[in-house]
Design a protein around this ligand. Structure first.
Ligand SMILES: Cc1ncc(COP(=O)(O)O)c(C=O)c1O
Length: 388
């Protein structure tokens, strides 16, 4: 049976070269990177190599990379670290309405403690207007946090302009680059950011490891206490195999993204072209400023769950852009923010292509997705909800 994994936005398989690099650090090279003996120093050296590999790809200094357990922790670290350190200057944060839950829920927690948060709207393509950012910065604003690219609809935000605005106003700037790192250029100076969240498992590295870039001199508190690891920025014994894998994954990604990005974009555009011809299909996200592998569509008259189940039956892994994992029928906050009405958002799927997808996979998806939509519509007449 044909099997096509098209859910790389959720996670990716670990590249065999990454796994090879990691394996010795589970068995013979198991030292604690904080120990003074040879085992420890061997582990320390490997962590330092990974730090250099990651820093080199984003034009940062190795000392500006703090390893974490992934982008969720990095987002929490950025929000609370910036908020706690700068509380004396104000208690206001600016973000967007389409951020990942890791960011939004951190902001909601701040609000529960008396902070004010401005959630900026986006246009129908999911783009935050830099002028809105400028207008929303106040005397008491301490942080602007806008994601580099949205994980659901793939829209790439205008971070360079937004970062410059934050810098002019003397406000810290954070971006969540979990979806862009290693597939589109992420350079901290070009983006003008002080803080940047990263994750390994979105780019063929292991799960449970990531990093926060913290610009030298940025006023950010530690949020996890109990150890002087990571230059006193975070506690906890370093996950050496995972960090080694993260470094290797990024080394490979930075070297291959010049070829891989355009290849994925060509496959993405071919699918967008085919799906756009299905009746009642709506592309979500920006037509061109979008992640290379991201294809997100709402199909009228069908529901996401049925599409996903039917695709799974055909060997295709995709994900839903409309229902949250708890099984709630609430449409996604991202689709609501771009103005998709609930009855259209209810039929949304995201296909996200990656390193090992082939043109044969694209041909299979081009055939199977329209077939599934047609057959589900046949099974659930009437296809269109009443409008009026
Ligand atoms: C934009 C974005 N931020 C944060 C995360 C969370 O990343 P992690 O799984 O590394 O905690 C994800 C992944 O789901 C994401 O896409």
């Amino acid at each position: 049976m044909t099997r096509v994994y098209a859910d790389h936005g959720a996670t990716t398989g670990t590249d065999p070269r990454v796994l090879d690099a990691m394996l010795p650090f589970f068995s013979e090279k198991y030292g604690n990177a904080s120990s003074v003996h040879q085992w420890g120093q061997e582990a320390r050296a490997a962590v330092d190599v990974a730090r250099e590999q990651i820093a080199a790809g984003i034009d940062a200094k190795p000392a500006e990379i703090v390893f974490t357990s992934g982008a969720t922790e990095s987002d929490n670290f950025a929000i609370f670290g910036a908020a706690y350190a700068n509380e004396a200057n104000g208690r206001h944060v600016v973000t967007s309405s389409i951020e990942h839950h890791a960011l939004l829920e951190s902001c909601r927690f701040l609000e529960s403690r008396g902070w004010e948060v401005t959630y900026l709207p986006v246009d129908s393509h999911g783009v935050v207007d830099p002028d809105d950012v400028r207008r929303s910065i106040r005397k008491d604003t301490v942080l602007v946090s806008i994601m580099h690219a949205n994980n659901e609809i793939g829209t790439i935000e205008r971070i360079t302009e937004i970062g410059r605005i934050a810098k002019e106003q003397g406000v810290l700037m954070h971006t969540d680059a979990a979806q862009t790192l290693g597939i589109v250029p992420v350079h901290v100076d070009d983006l003008s950011v002080d803080l940047l969240s990263m994750s390994a498992h979105k780019r063929y590295g292991p799960k449970g490891v990531g990093a926060l870039y913290i610009r030298k001199g940025a006023n950010v508190s530690r949020v996890q206490h109990g150890g002087s690891h990571e230059r006193n920025r975070r506690g906890g014994t370093e996950n050496v195999p995972a960090i080694v894998g993260f470094g290797k994954a990024m080394q490979i990604a930075f070297a291959s993204m010049g070829e891989e990005g355009p290849r994925l974009a060509r496959m993405r555009d071919a699918l967008v072209d085919v799906f756009s011809r299905i009746d009642g299909a709506h592309l979500n996200g920006h037509p061109s400023r979008r992640l290379p592998g991201n294809v997100n569509f709402s199909f009228e008259g069908v529901d996401s769950e049925s599409i996903l189940m039917a695709l799974d039956f055909q060997g295709v892994a995709a994900s839903s852009g409309s229902a949250c994992t708890s099984g709630s029928l609430e449409p996604s906050h991202v689709l609501a923010a771009i103005g998709r009405p609930p009855h259209i958002a209810a039929g949304t799927i995201r296909l996200s292509l990656g390193r090992w997808n082939t043109l044969e996979d694209v041909a299979y998806l081009s055939r199977v997705v329209p077939e599934v939509i047609t057959s589900l519509r046949g099974a659930s007449r009437p296809v269109s909800p009443a409008r009026g």
